[in-house]
Design a protein around this ligand. Structure first.
Ligand SMILES: [Mn+2]
Length: 430
């Protein structure tokens, strides 16, 4: 099977936008030239940028109250890959897919790898799941997994993570991401120190099974499902554990997993400084871990994070090679549309950050000129880089207007008979 969206269709759709794009690109190119920037250099960087798509993101999400299924949702990893391929065909910056186990486990994992190959997709980090019980599981994770008080339950969680490494090896992945929901709902329910000690012992066993060229990413989250205490609750605990585990362990930043109003770009700077930044789960939020579309609520924050990342890239920071992944829940949109616009939003922040006049910024910082320093960042953030993103997509065989092209293609209706509605009434987060 080849890609669901044919390149001829994308080329045809691009023709009607070509003239306007050429004019807009030339115009922006002139403006940037006055700032000492060659637009083609930036477009080249835009083409090299990539962010992975989560396999769990192409299905419709939900809340703990309900899930409203969408039209022609993918029912398994093969169909999820087809949807991911549609996204990559149009935006041309999402060549990798991040699977979640055991959700994406099938009898023959080689078949999954081959299907991805046919679609021109590769696999990013693999994700373990010990935050729910699987069918016929002998011991429950209700009171924890890697930190459970019962050693045999911990062993089950450890073994699942080791299985994830094995599935990941088959798929060609090189990273295991571990997030646990372990924690407590009542003061006194859990010995805080002993719980973290159990976590470290369990993680050391998993770490010992990592192949030489693999990394392990630790993902923290302040609360939920535990509402009083969470074992890996913030970046502080995260980096301490990563340092304790060793050189293959890194701290992952999910933008929704912090206290409200936390200065995330500072956390990013610290993790880079201490060579422990794993990468990101991009999403956006208004109140908590809302899993809204990247850049939909706080685009300036997303830009400021990329300002730190570009700063590190330019100075050649040591051990700096962050992995980028979207991690969102799409409750009211077509997941493909959300993932396309989110990927482009993240790419936009990166490109804006490349436009920051860093020598000037440094001078303003050195002379304590707060307003000019702030304006230097704002000048970059307020530049409309849309023509660069469009040109990068055009050059890479993608769509100048991914959303318009996708809607014209009418992908979902074409699939409706092959993919009957998933009507399960359970809540949709899991
Ligand atoms: Mn996440």
């Amino acid at each position: 099977m080849s890609r669901p969206i044919k390149s001829e269709l994308i080329n045809d759709a691009n023709i009607m936008h070509l003239d306007n794009l050429k004019r807009d690109y030339e115009n922006l190119g002139e403006k940037l030239y006055r700032r000492g920037i060659i637009i083609d250099d930036i477009t080249e960087k835009a083409q090299k940028f990539s962010v992975a798509v989560p396999s769990w993101g192409v299905g419709t999400g939900g809340t703990r109250f309900a899930r409203f299924p969408g039209l022609a949702e993918p029912r398994n990893i093969i169909e999820k890959l087809d949807d991911c391929s549609v996204i990559h065909s149009l935006v041309a910056i999402t060549p990798e897919v991040s699977p979640h186990f055991p959700w994406d486990v099938v009898d023959d994992m080689i078949e999954v790898k081959e299907h991805a190959n046919e679609l021109g997709l590769k696999f990013a980090s693999v994700n373990s799941n010990t935050f729910q019980d699987q069918k016929d599981q002998t011991r429950s994770f209700k009171f924890g997994s890697l930190t459970h008080t019962d050693a045999k339950t911990r062993d089950l969680a450890i073994q699942h993570n080791i299985n994830c490494i094995d599935w990941g090896k088959t798929l060609g992945s090189k990273v295991l991401t571990v997030w646990i929901g372990d924690g407590s709902n009542f003061p006194g329910q859990q010995n805080l120190t002993e719980a973290l000690q159990r976590y470290l012992s369990s993680m050391k066993e998993i770490y010992a099974q990592l192949p030489g060229d693999w990394k392990i990413f630790i993902e923290h989250k302040m609360f939920e499902p535990a509402f009083y205490s969470t074992v890996i609750q913030d970046w502080g605990t995260n980096i301490l554990c990563a340092m304790e585990l060793g050189d293959k362990a890194y701290s992952l930043v999910d933008l929704g997993h912090h206290a409200p109003n936390v200065n995330i770009e500072m956390i990013v700077a610290r993790l880079i400084q201490f060579k422990k930044l794993a990468g990101f789960h991009f999403n956006d939020s208004k109140y908590g871990d809302d899993d809204l579309d990247a850049g939909s609520i706080h685009p300036y924050q997303q830009f400021l994070i990329f300002n730190e990342l570009v700063d590190a890239e330019i100075r050649g920071a040591e051990a700096f090679s962050p992995d980028y992944l979207l991690d969102q829940s799409h409750n009211v949109t077509d997941p493909i549309e959300s993932l396309m616009t989110s990927a482009v939003s993240v790419q936009r922040s990166y490109i804006q950050a490349l436009l920051v006049d860093r020598p000037s910024l440094s001078i303003h910082q050195q002379s304590n000129d707060a307003i000019m320093a702030s304006q230097t960042l704002k000048d970059a953030f307020e530049t409309d880089v849309t023509p660069i993103l469009q040109m990068a997509r055009l050059n890479a065989g993608g769509a100048i207007d991914p959303l318009g092209c996708y809607r014209a293609f009418d992908y979902r209706n074409g699939l409706a008979t092959n993919r009957p509605a998933i009507t399960s009434s359970g809540s949709g987060i899991v």
